[in-house]
Design a protein. Structure first.
Length: 130
């Protein structure tokens, strides 16, 4: 069995990259580490068709952690518009160490609704249709 490359990166996903969500296909071949959540130091926003995570706040945001190779990380960076739109940043998870996550600068989030539950899947079930 082949060992994981030293270039593997752990990435926290919390929205359209989650299993069962529209962009999850980009993680084909990535290794699921498991469900995770951030420390209660973030805010999750509804940005319309996708969520946006911002540092600063009091919410623990739920998601999944995947171990990805350099090619998959580059594909994720393209999807997220890193570094011009989202910014890939190292964050601390609750009981799971540090991982990379895509955060949106606070100035892009003015007027956007906050997802109080910190859970995109739950929010999608509860959200009223446009």
């Amino acid at each position: 069995m082949k060992r994981a490359s030293t270039s593997a990166t752990r990435v926290f996903v919390y929205g359209t990259l989650l299993s069962g969500q529209p962009n999850h296909g980009l993680l084909r071949g990535a290794r699921l580490i498991g469900p995770a959540r951030t420390r209660p130091r973030f805010t999750l926003y509804d940005y319309g068709p996708f969520p946006a995570l911002s540092s600063g706040g009091k919410h623990a945001v739920k998601g999944e952690v995947y171990e990805v190779d350099a090619l998959t990380l580059a594909a994720l960076d393209r999807l997220e518009g890193h570094p011009r739109f989202y910014q890939r940043t190292s964050i601390a998870l609750d009981r799971a160490g540090r991982v990379e996550a895509y955060l949106l600068p606070t100035e892009r989030l003015a007027g956007r609704p906050i997802i109080e539950s910190g859970c995109w899947r739950r929010h999608m079930k509860e959200r009223k249709p446009w």
